[in-house]
Design a binder for this molecule. Structure first.
Ligand code: GLV
Length: 316
């Protein structure tokens, strides 16, 4: 019998064609994210699910999907999937690492530069016709050269962001989950999160969302940061307590923030709109044509491998 797959979003047609050569494909094109009851009913008789990060693949969904062999998430993050429940049912879960590393690192730098040089604020100023004259001391930003970039997490993306720092004359320090634990000796460029918070001029988060990292950047953490510091988040929204961030900005405990991810996407805490020194982006980290195609391609390759009885390329 030909296996079948459910796709919760349209993917590039060339990638879709290769999926269709391996199985029957059903494309969900209703309101997003796909509601849980719709997901459950559409998964009946399906061997594969290709999901995106806004789809909630809960234990309940997995339990009802009795034919499911693989969930291929088109994202490097997989906090939207109950991995333990999938493992318990023998369902393979895959993500799309590596192919998006450079795109996310580039976008992180776009946010660092935008926040440091007040690009969002400047753009709004010009667009509303407020620009009347050039002034020597107008809209001054902060220079990156000679400053410390603190990176929370030393995985692929954190390392790729760090690799670009010398081009801007920044020195890099990391805080990692493993540093200082028995398994991982702390490297000379690794410090505790607390030390990173107090010493960094730019703090960029590159760690997965887990119960341990939820609200890692809370009131206490923000209060430890330099008043001149810039906070960047391109990982997952709930790692930063948004209400605490709004408080820290109001109290001027940090200088600026740039966020690509939010606690309740696509909602943004309304208080954040009031700050000129906050750059807001709609979860665009991996959003280049090249990368999004490569991500879909990798998810499809994982599905084709598993349906063909082979191990996936990127299993979790
Ligand atoms: C994007 O946020 C991803 O996890 O790929």
């Amino acid at each position: 019998m030909t296996p079948s797959a459910l796709l919760t979003r349209r993917i590039p047609s060339s990638v879709l064609a290769s999926l269709e050569s391996a199985c029957a494909v059903e494309l969900y094109d209703g309101p997003t994210p796909i509601p849980s009851d719709v997901l459950k009913s559409r998964l009946q008789g399906k061997q594969a699910l290709i999901s995106v990060l806004t789809d909630r693949i809960t234990a309940e969904v997995l339990e009802s999907a009795t034919d499911l062999k693989i969930v291929a998430n088109i994202a490097v993050g997989y906090d939207n999937i109950d991995l333990a429940a999938a493992k318990a049912r023998g369902i393979i879960v895959t993500n799309t690492p590596d192919v998006l590393t450079e795109a996310v690192a580039e976008f992180t730098w776009a946010l660092i530069l935008s926040a440091a040089r007040r690009l969002g604020e400047a753009e709004r100023y010009v667009r509303r016709g407020a620009w009347k004259e050039w002034k020597l001391d107008f809209m001054l930003g902060t220079e990156l050269r000679g400053k410390q970039l603190g990176i929370v997490g030393r995985g692929r993306i954190g390392s790729a962001v760090a690799a670009k720092a010398p081009a801007f004359g920044m020195n890099v320090m990391f805080a990692t989950r493993r540093a200082g634990t028995g398994r991982h000796e702390r490297q000379p460029d690794e410090v505790s999160l607390d030390e990173l918070l107090v010493s960094s001029d730019v703090l960029s988060i590159h760690t997965p969302l887990t119960p341990e990292t939820r609200h890692l950047i809370d009131k206490r953490a923000l209060a430890r940061m330099k008043r001149s510091a810039i906070l960047i988040n391109t990982s997952r929204g709930p790692i930063v307590d948004e209400a605490a961030l709004a408080w820290a900005l109001k109290e001027r405990l940090i200088a600026a923030a740039a966020l690509d991810v939010f606690e309740r996407e696509p909602e943004v805490l309304p208080e954040l709109f009031a700050f000129e020194n906050v750059v807001l982006a709609p979860h665009l980290g991996s959003a280049t044509r090249e990368t999004r195609t490569a991500m879909a391609d990798l998810a499809v390759a994982n599905v084709i491998a598993v349906l063909g009885g082979r191990p996936p390329l990127t299993s979790l």
